[in-house]
Design a protein around this ligand. Sequence first.
Ligand SMILES: Nc1ncnc2c1ncn2[C@@H]1O[C@H](COP(=O)(O)OP(=O)(O)OP(=O)(O)O)[C@@H](O)[C@H]1O
Length: 276
Amino acid sequence: MTALLELSGITKTLKGQQAPRTILDGVDLTVDSGESVAILGRSGSGKSTLLSLIGLFDRPDSGRYLLGGRDISRVAERRAAGLRSAEFGFVFQRFFLLKHLTAAQNVAMALVNGQGWLPRRKRRARTLAALDQVGIAHLAKHRPARLSGGEQQRVAVARALVREPRLLLADEPTGALDTETGNLVIEVMRAATDRGCGLILVTHDWDHANKMQRVLRLSDGTLNPAIDTRGTPPQPEPEPDVAPAPVSGTESDGTGGPPSADRAGRGDAGLDGMFW
Ligand SMILES: Nc1ncnc2c1ncn2[C@@H]1O[C@H](COP(=O)(O)OP(=O)(O)OP(=O)(O)O)[C@@H](O)[C@H]1O
């Protein structure tokens, strides 16, 4: 079966004001349809850089990127923009909702921008289905100012899902949420994988990572299986009259737990007409 996504030997060197630094140094990653993968790693290890390459906001220096078997390692920006809107859904730590639009209008915007004008009836049906998928169809007419952080992020997830992407890319989507709300958001994204959508979640939170099928760690520019050492009991003190047993090295991944003019009120009849 062809993998949804296949990265092999991906490298990326970033040249800022300081000396060039190789952030990705031979990343290999395969994700199948309906599979969920968490990526952990220290701050600055390159997780967002990797996600931006996968989401075609940038290109690797070398290596191969196959999407559904097609080589898109060197794809031109025009085609990349088309692939971004057709194939990917994005969720970020910040919600990026338009304040003067309702939840439904924010979601419907993704259909307008990505696929031209769908007939109004279809637009409405797909928007409500996406809001329903994340459990907030009853909040369709609320503007962001009237929604909690978790509800706003669920609107953002609905906006990412409404075009039925093949792959959902989430960069610390729970970073601004409390634990309980974060769990809810992770669950609605994970549920999308039951319908065949792939999911790559960048997170600092082991509990969220453990809800994914695979947990990887990005360090020294490569991806490897991550080991959750949080539950590892402390080494017992050796008995004084017994020779100390050799201590086996317990790998630590350094991410052992969480680290760290609103126009609402304005008459929106025109906008309603536009997006409904
Ligand atoms: N445009 C750029 N030019 C030069 N260096 C950059 C650029 N963007 C990011 N970096 C550096 O690349 C490294 C990786 O950044 P990146 O944002 O991918 O890390 P991260 O693992 O996502 O970090 P965090 O967990 O803090 O979000 C960091 O050291 C960052 O300072």
